[in-house]
Design a protein around this ligand. Sequence first.
Ligand SMILES: [Zn+2]
Length: 369
Amino acid sequence: MPFTPFHFGPALLLKSAAPRRVSVASYAAANIVIDVETLYHLLRHDTTVHQWAHTFVGAGSVGIALGGLLAVIARTLVPRLPIAKTMLESEVGAGPIVLGAFLGAITHPFLDGLMHSDIHPFRPFTDANPLLGLLTIPTLEAVCVVAGILGAAILFARRSTLGAIACLLLMAMTTARVEIAINVPMRMGDMARQLPDRDITDLVQAAKAAGLEPWVIRGHHGMYADVQAVDAFGAATVTTQEVRRGPVATLVRQRAAGVWQPWTVGSRAEYIQVAVPRKNYERIENDADINRPFRISGRYTDADIVSLVTLIRSSPGAVRGDWVILSIVQQRDGTSEVMLRTDDVSGQRVTVVRQGGTWIVTSASFWIS
Ligand SMILES: [Zn+2]
């Protein structure tokens, strides 16, 4: 998530350790500049949103360059400001600015690397990310908040009251997250990716009018050139450690005399996501990511779905557990049909039956459409 305020918790703690040596303002600026990279890739709908600036080498370079630039700006600007210079010395002095920007930058790939699977913090040396999953996201956020509170308390204790208040104000301001990029739904499927932004806006409007706030839209090229159908996955209504559930609707539009007609909301259903270890629900790297949401139809408890999906993901027998699940549908005869997909045109149909407390695969066949 770009511009997360959680980065600023550790900033306060570092500031409290050396109030005169670290500028929190430049620390914050470095974090925001680095997340411009994320924003840029989100707006372009790229599947990898954390790239060069989210490596230690890249972030460190950004920090030093930005620190130098800010120090020069501060040197020319500050003497002209009608404020007591001593009060701000620790924020606008060249040394604190450069150190603050560097610390802010270098901690960024560390904190982000703990939670995002598309970060390769040690590039160009290695693609590995040993940081991923060391802390769960709620723990990480709690650590950042506690660091911030502790830092503020120490600053007050050290009679750096003004500094502490300024820092807390800064944190409060950034808590109002920049959500522009987040409001753009993720796109899955070649057709959805090729839709012009204006069409996506229309689609989102139509879905919202039907009471659904899409976070993922999925669409593949169909059989007919003059009909498009897109699945819009709405905001989750139930979130637990194991599953996330929400509404999904199919929106359809037709082309008449070369002009696309408005989107209309067709069938509605429920979707579910079954947690993938060390990944949050929002992170879907590409169409083949098993973390993606899928339709369910039938009466299933969370525990039912978790045990069923865990079985499928373990690739029992001929089942391709590494393929994504498109849907799980309860049949009239009590069996469940699991549709798996490898690409747009082929996949696997797996029939599963409940026996006692577990599930058993009774058939698995390949399909091509
Ligand atoms: Zn970031």
